[in-house]
Every structure is written in structure tokens, then in C-alpha cells.
Design a protein around this ligand. Sequence first.
Ligand code: GLP
Length: 252
Amino acid sequence: MIMKIIRADNKGEMGIHGAHILAERIKAKPDCVLGLATGSTPLGVYKCLRELNKVNEIDFSNVRTVNLDEYCGLGNEDPQSYHSFMMNNLFNHINIDKNNVHILSGKAIDVDAECARYEAAIRSLGGIDIQLLGVGHNGHIGFNEPSDEFAKDTHCVELTERTIAANALFFPSIDDVPRRALSMGIRTIMHARKVMLLCSGESKAETLEKALFGPITPRMPASILQVHPDFTVVADEAALSIVAKRHPHMLV
Ligand code: GLP
């Protein structure tokens, strides 16, 4: 088993652990390529990265970033876009050069061309050094929803009702949640040199156990990470409650 599981006492600790892993990478390679994620799970990581940058513990001036996904139909300035999320929670508060920030365009007219452009951009950056991931209740990573096969490259996705309902939290009403999104594919994610999955809360405990120890299947997209050569999970006790019962030897 090549995966490493780091158990944090709570969500706040999870953010601190996750941020320090990213910080080590930035210190070792100041122009590294970070793959970043949205959702409520990584907020603690971004808070800690802002603080480390403020006290000059880490320097983002040469760091490059690529984001996992974006909603179709939302412009960069839309408050609900992942573009705005990243600006508000991280990029506007750190010394990153915005020219080094890469996010899919939700307003692209030619969606296939936008996806191909993004794949080419990641390649021209030299690939992703470390990819941060959250996980949906149905096991989705990025917006790779459960399916009959693993989607490969960056592509357009029809969101499931469950994902739309979960993400409604960030919108005025469920009817405002876009039905489609652009997302890095599973191959894009698996090509990252290192992958770090964050997971918090009891409501994801069953999903996390299935993703880490169940069969590898596109019905549980996160399960593919079991075969990534450098895969770290940072999760809080609540999210690890079922793993702790069924696979206690896996927790250090
Ligand atoms: C969205 C994002 C995912 C994220 C997931 C979980 O669907 N596209 O990247 O992992 O939500 O979100 P949360 O962290 O809010 O539970």
C-alpha cells in the first residue's frame, strides 16, 4: 500500500497539516505547480497558507497554479465562480503573480477548445507537482462524477442532482447552481506527481472508507487514487471514523 493517511484531530488541524505539506513543496521548489481545489474542505489550508505568506514563511512569487474545475456559464467576476472563490480565499491575499494563475473559463463558447487549451497549458507548465483534492459525498473528485468509465482529460460534465444539491450551499438558491462544469479529468489528476486528498466530517466517513479501501471503480471516482504512486490523505477524526474501525493498522 503506497498511500499515507494523516489523521488530524479536527478540521482546523487538517487545514494546518495540508498547508504545511504544500509549504514544504514550495520551499523545495519555489516555482512549483500547485493544483488547487475549491469547496469548503480546503478553506483551512488556504487560511494557513495566507498566514504563512504574511509572515514570509513561504514566497508565492514564482509559484504557478492550476485549478481543478469551473462552472459552465459563470464569468470570472461572478461571485459564485470558482475563479472568484480562489481570488477571495487565496490569490488576492498572497504575493502570487496573477499571470501564473490558471483556471478554466466557464464562459468559453467553444468548450472543447477550452478543455484542450487547459491540457496544453498544464503540459507547458511541466505538469502538476502536487494536486490538492476534496471529495464529494458520491466520491467525485474535481467534477468527475460517478460514471461507467473514468473520464480522462479535461472535459465538460453534467452535474448529478446530489452534487447540485450539495453545492447549492454557495448559491442564493438551488436553481442558480449551474448544471454543467468543466473539470480536469482523472488522467490529468493522476499525472500529478503527488496527490493530497482532504476530507472532513462524519458525513463523508463512509465515502472515504469506500474510496480508500473499496474496489477501484469509476462508480467511486476517488478510488482510482489508491494506485497513485504518491498519495497522501489528510482527514479529521470524524471523516476517518469508519477507516479507524475497519483498518486501524492504516492510521499512524
Ligand atoms: C465540489 C468541487 C469539488 C469538491 C467538492 C466537495 O463539487 N468541484 O472539487 O471536492 O465540491 O466540496 P466540499 O469540500 O464543500 O464538501
